[in-house]
Design a protein around this ligand. Structure first.
Ligand SMILES: Cc1ncc(C[n+]2csc(CCOP(=O)(O)OP(=O)(O)O)c2C)c(N)n1
Length: 660
């Protein structure tokens, strides 16, 4: 039992470490850690199931600090509870280059940081994904192995961001009852009072999306504890609105936006010391308080050992499957399955849209990998993401493997990040490529974190046709290629689609996107090759001795390039074709390979039904580009390709003009 006095002192340890670190860095956000310290103390000292000595324990409770600017809250907690890789030295290096204690919590910097947060609202949606993963894995492996809560702390900012609504509506719909969201209800944002810009009745809002809601005084430990206990028993996700004072304890600045994002200053810190009766010097935690915190960090050792015992006692096949999946390793038979599929289609190369080719590849993949969790943002029949193995997940039945995300691209992409971070599952989405604009922040965070999520992005060009320019990606390939650590694949036919899927799945630490067509494409790979040719990012598809023309193309334009090369060769102009399914993988190849693939034909032409940006890498600034120079238009796809001059004839004409 933790006395009120002890609780207060434990919470004050968070407050002072946060104040001290922000002061030393001369930058950061002391207000949130000071205001939310009581909530965090109750959660971490009495309820959160975690073991700092086993930070990756698969059944630990997850804690997400959605209000990432309050990063000193989590850094303090990790240090106090005994995570070995969060030392006092690390706290002193807050916000310094190369430190673990970055301005906002970054996944991978230190154990206990479950996700990267900072862009407000993302953490809530990540947590929804984690709760989905828990429920799914509990269904699959049983509650002996998966049975944990997901807690998330957010501020006013997170709740104002639209992504929060996508996420909470889905969580309410799915009845994710092991999800608990604390709202640091302090009425302050950067500009001042929340009332400057918002007057939402948050309780009513959460009730409207079927959450259990509880209001507490966020500085009253027993009220907070009672709310957590009620949340744990709820049949719905729980929203705990904790009324707090930002910068609690600072006599002159508490309750104002002055403590949100600036150091308190030596004088105010001294005044806070007096107000909270805190004798210890900066970056020092009184021994008895550190001991109490360390004891809190040991609370779940027994639970963890019992869990390990249950895992050990689990039947061998199930145990190794569970372990494999949490290690993020793929089953050994994936390559053989993809290879057999490649052989099969080589016998009669199909003319298909790559979205359909993706479905066919997924049929093989999903039959081999039980860990894939597919889904679509309400475009299942268009994205072709639901294969025969994929029964729908419903609020009452999580035995399926397919999420109907609803029309919520942003929430979907962020929740997928949460699923991947949770472990045990590989999420893939379905959506129209154009709407990566609606979820780009989450795709970027997946890339920043280095996690395996795969986005199926269909309707990848003016090939969309009749839906017109609002639905036709133009700049999206370039914009997505601009995100570091994201692999963007644009396969040209069924074989390349299977190869790109295989590559995406094997990327343990990178997200991928597959840009896929709506329209049918003629096969470009006509014979079986064991090697995954897409693995090098670009490869010579049609060779020519002493080529005068090199044509580089991706996806739907490979077919045009092959036809143009045949025409040119027929006219006695030696032309070769390079298929470019993935810029990023190509850039990683040795220089000799890149030079050989780019070649030295005097005429270089690139074809992609999108903007030129990026293609100069292949064709140089004096190369010719056959692609889009404006937004698209509404009409039959064939007419559009003609209208915008993206045809084999245009490639031939460009080559001839250059050679003339
Ligand atoms: C998407 C996004 N927009 C803007 C910001 C910049 N920002 C950081 S904190 C903040 C205000 C948040 O207010 P609140 O959540 O109430 O936090 P508190 O003031 O209580 O610390 C803003 C606008 C951000 N981090 N993310």
């Amino acid at each position: 039992m933790i006395s009120r006095k002890q609780h207060d002192r434990m919470a004050n340890a968070i407050r002072f470490l946060s104040m001290d670190a922000v002061e030393k860095a001369n930058s950061g956000h002391p207000g949130l850690p000071m205001g939310a310290a009581d909530v965090a103390t109750v959660l971490f000292s009495r309820y959160l199931k975690f073991d700092p000595k086993a930070p990756l324990w698969a059944d630990r409770d997850r804690f997400v600090l959605s209000a990432g600017h309050g990063s000193m809250l989590i850094y303090s907690l990790l240090h106090l509870t005994g995570y070995e890789d969060m030392t006092m030295e690390d706290l002193k290096l807050f916000r310094q280059l190369g430190s673990k204690t970055a301005g906002h919590p970054e996944y991978g910097h230190a154990s206990g940081i479950e996700t990267t947060t900072g862009p407000l609202g993302q953490g809530i949606a990540n947590a929804v994904g984690m709760a989905i993963a828990e429920r799914k894995l509990a269904e699959e492996f049983g509650s002996e192995l998966q049975n944990h809560y997901t807690y998330v702390l957010c501020g006013d900012g997170c709740l104002m961001e639209g992504i929060s609504h996508e996420a909470i509506a889905l969580a309410g719909h799915l009845k994710l009852n092991k999800l608990v969201l604390f709202w640091d209800d302090n009425n302050i944002t950067i500009d001042g009072a929340v009332s400057l810009s918002d007057s939402t009745d948050q309780i009513a809002r959460f009730q409207a999306v079927h959450w259990n809601t509880i209001r507490v005084d966020g500085h009253n430990p027993e009220e907070i504890a009672a709310a957590i206990e009620a949340a744990q028993k709820s049949d719905r996700p729980t929203f705990i609105a904790a009324k707090t004072v930002i910068g609690f304890g600072a006599p002159n600045k508490a309750g104002t936006h002055k403590v949100h994002g600036s150091p308190l200053g030596a004088e105010e810190i001294a005044a806070t010391r007096r107000a909270l009766d805190w004798e210890a010097e900066a970056f020092t935690v009184p021994a008895d308080i550190l001991e109490a915190w360390r004891a809190a960090g040991k609370r779940s050792v027994g639970a963890r050992r019992e869990w390990e015992g249950r895992l050990d006692a689990t039947e061998t096949a199930k145990k190794s499957e569970f372990t494999r999946r949490f290690a993020g390793e793929l089953p050994e038979n994936l390559d053989a399955a993809v290879d057999a599929y490649k052989k099969k289609i080589a016998d009669a190369p199909p003319t298909v849209a790559t979205r359909k080719a993706s479905e066919d590849a997924l049929e093989v993949i999903n039959g081999t990998l039980p860990e894939t969790l597919g889904g679509s943002a309400d475009l299942t029949p268009s994205n072709n993401t639901k294969t025969s193995q994929m029964k729908s997940i419903t609020p009452t039945d999580f035995s399926g493997r397919y999420m109907h995300w609803g029309i919520r691209e942003h929430g979907m992409a962020a929740a997928m990040n949460g699923i991947a971070l949770h472990g045990g599952l590989i999420p893939y989405s379905g959506g129209f490529m154009i709407f990566t604009d609606y979820c780009r922040p989450s795709i970027r965070l997946a890339a920043l974190m280095g996690i395996r999520v795969i986005h199926v992005l269909t309707h990848d060009s003016i090939g969309v046709g009749e839906d017109g320019p609002t639905h036709e990606p133009i700049e999206h390939m370039a914009a997505l290629r601009a995100i570091p650590n994201l692999l963007m694949f644009r396969p040209a036919d069924a074989v390349e689609t299977a190869e790109c899927w295989q590559l995406a799945l094997k990327e343990r630490h990178r997200p991928s996107g597959l840009a896929l067509t709506r329209q049918n494409l003629a096969p470009s790979r006509l014979k079986y090759e064991a090697e995954n040719l897409c693995a090098k990012g670009a490869y010579e598809l049609v060779a020519a001795d002493n080529a005068k023309v090199s044509i580089f193309a991706s996806g739907s334009e490979v077919e045009l390039a092959v036809k143009a090369a045949a025409d040119l060769n027929g006219k006695g102009i030696a032309a070769r074709v390079v298929s470019v399914p993935c810029f990023e993988l190509f850039a990683e190849q040795p220089e000799a390979y890149r030079k050989a693939v780019i070649g030295n034909a005097p005429v270089k032409i690139a074809a992609e039904a999108a903007v030129r940006q990026g293609w100069d890498y292949f064709i140089g600034s004096d190369g010719d580009f056959i692609g889009m120079h404006s937004f698209g238009a509404s009409g039959p796809a064939k007419d559009l390709f003609k209208h915008f001059g993206i045809t084999a004839e245009a490639i031939v004409a460009a080559a001839e003009k250059k050679l003339a």
